[in-house]
Design a protein around this ligand. Sequence first.
Ligand code: PLP
Length: 367
Amino acid sequence: MDRYSSQIIDESDIEAVIRALKSGVLTQGAAVEAFENALCEYTGAKYAIAVNSATAALHIAYLAAGLGANDEVIVPAITFAATANAAIYCGGASVFADVDFTSGLIDVSAIEALITPKTKAIAPVHYAGSLCDMEAIGAVAARRNLIVIEDAAHALGSFDAANKSAGSFGAMGVFSFHPVKPITTGEGGAIVTSDAELAKKARLLRSHGIARGDLWEQDMIALGFNYRVSDLNCALGVSQLKRIDKTIKRREEIAALYDQAFANSDRITPLKTPPKTRQKTHSRHLYPILLDSAIDKTKLFNKMREKNIGVQVHYKPVYSHSYYIKRFGERFLPQSEAFYRRELSLPCHSALSDDETAFVIETILSD
Ligand SMILES: *Cc1c(COP(=O)(O)O)cnc(C)c1O
């Protein structure tokens, strides 16, 4: 219980990786393709490009979307830094939108005012696994001719009421397979898309930008990277993805226990998630709560950690990191600031027992 999220590695995962080790092909082999096919089947996307992290996936997704020098991507201020950093890798910049304090999701009403002639894309983040209002975001993007790239790093396993997967609403969706995320490949990420052109570009950029011709013929047609992921990682991914329904079900059970326990608390407010009529399944990558402003978060955090309960805070507004302040100056977005002050993520993962969940509840309610 010492972490807010954790993977489970079972015997079938171990056997899958051993089989990959014995296959004789450690990278660019059949396991990579099998993982990509499984991701397509699971998300309903036509193409999946597996890479070695979601950060790499974001970088080449932005490049494939045409992001270049001086172009801008609109991102929520409450996210992991990589969502914003990847725009800077492309020579562009991130423009921060405030979030809705009650849900942690990008405030859609704030987007339009941030659009300039430099804006190329919007990168909404399905924070904690909650789906952003993709219809509203899609409408703004269509009206202003912008590309939508979903940062779905938290959200593999989140489906809307019409059975559409996170990552399949925009032109591209990005997943992370870091061990704290819904499924893991050790390190890893992927882009999913149903656009053949974007898939082709992303695939090219994943491997040096080199196109292969006949015999020894190679031609580097773009400045690409080595963002490839090995067959060992992908064999683990295939095995993990087979169990995702079970994993998500357990995370949802734990979330329901928390919901029930905090329903009548006037000091703890569970983060608002979309209603079942809009979002059918929720990856529950995080279970964030908002603490009443009278609660001393530092004290509570220390108390929980002393009891070996792996609470965490997600996230510091990206614009307030020193690098961003030095390079782009000070910013202040009121809802993001309030969110950072009051948010706390409780352990929520499939390795957590009912007893452990009860202990977390008891500890926090007895504060
Ligand atoms: C984890 C995460 C990433 C980066 O994922 P890596 O696979 O670790 O590179 C990007 N965006 C969000 C929102 C994340 O939580």
